[in-house]
Ligand binder design. Structure first.
Ligand code: ZN
Length: 138
């Protein structure tokens, strides 16, 4: 009998997280701008560019927030309380991009499709390091 892997060793594969914040209407874009400003003022995270044009695998316009595992216990509950009705995809970066988006992901609000998941590699050795925003600008 071999022991199952410990939960801690599985979790250790997660190098960072992404929150993808989606918007589709002008009202949601304005809400997303407000949320982005609040995030920039409060958290040491990495804010991605505005993606007003849909870029795969994402099914709607969005921006990305990359954050370190240490930020999870503060940033994620804060998002829960402040996302209003925006749809958010939260996924780990565990070296399995396809599973991280399709299987390991958590959705806040509406669940959107992941477009062309076959374009996501099954495994990745890229250690995505988060460069926290130390001079926040929204
Ligand atoms: Zn992502």
């Amino acid at each position: 009998m071999t022991n199952p892997p410990s939960p801690t060793s599985e979790i250790a594969r997660i190098g960072s997280y992404h929150a993808h914040i989606y918007y589709r209407t002008p009202e949601q874009r304005a809400q997303a701008e407000h949320l982005r400003t609040q995030i920039a003022e409060r958290f040491s995270v990495q804010l991605g560019r505005w993606r007003d044009m849909v870029v795969g695998p994402h099914a709607a316009p969005m921006f990305q927030v990359a954050f370190a595992t240490e930020s999870f216990p503060i940033f994620v509950p804060w998002l829960m309380l402040n996302r209003e009705n925006l749809t958010i995809l939260l996924h780990p970066n565990s070296g399995q991009p396809r599973r991280d988006h399709q299987v390991h992901a958590v959705w806040f609000g509406e669940v959107l499709p992941i477009m062309n998941p076959e374009h996501l590699p099954e495994t990745s050795s890229d250690d995505e390091t988060v460069t926290p925003n130390t001079t926040p600008t929204a």
